[in-house]
Design a binder for this molecule. Structure first.
Ligand code: 5GP
Ligand code: ZN
Length: 114
């Protein structure tokens, strides 16, 4: 399967990894849009949240738990952060393997960017 994030999970494509467990992996975004910009992904290939099947919803607890862990590790838990998922065309989703953007490390702009 030609999925860049699956290749990162497999180690075929290098990444700056910040977290890994049996279900979830996280690495720094290659084009950071904030001082801290980490991508958190499930190891299971699911194109978007629209494609999640019954039985896989626990992945989102795993992802959110990893996000809090990473925020603490990177020292932004107290200053604050955003956890963002893009789903589909209007959101600008570019990589069709579920991922959450963990962003912080500075004062972020408004959410209603168009
Ligand atoms: P999306 O727009 O799909 O929500 O976000 C995709 C993100 O993946 C973008 O922020 C982009 O910079 C990041 N990205 C795309 N390819 C790679 C890659 O090969 N390595 C890393 N670390 N990030 C990537
Ligand atoms: Zn994938």
């Amino acid at each position: 399967m030609d999925c860049i994030f699956c290749k990162i999970i497999d180690g075929q494509v290098p990444s700056n990894k910040v977290y890994e467990d049996d279900k979830v992996m996280a690495f720094h975004d290659i084009q950071p849009q904030s001082a801290v910009h980490v991508l958190i992904i499930p190891k299971k290939h699911i194109p978007s949240v629209n494609d999640v099947q019954d039985g896989d919803w626990e992945l989102f607890a795993d992802i959110h738990s990893a996000a809090v862990h990473i925020a603490k590790e990177l020292g932004i838990a107290q200053s604050g952060y955003r956890l963002i998922n893009n789903c589909g065309k209007d959101s600008g989703q570019a990589v069709f393997h579920i991922h959450y953007h963990l962003m912080g490390g500075e004062q972020l702009g408004p959410l209603n960017i168009k």
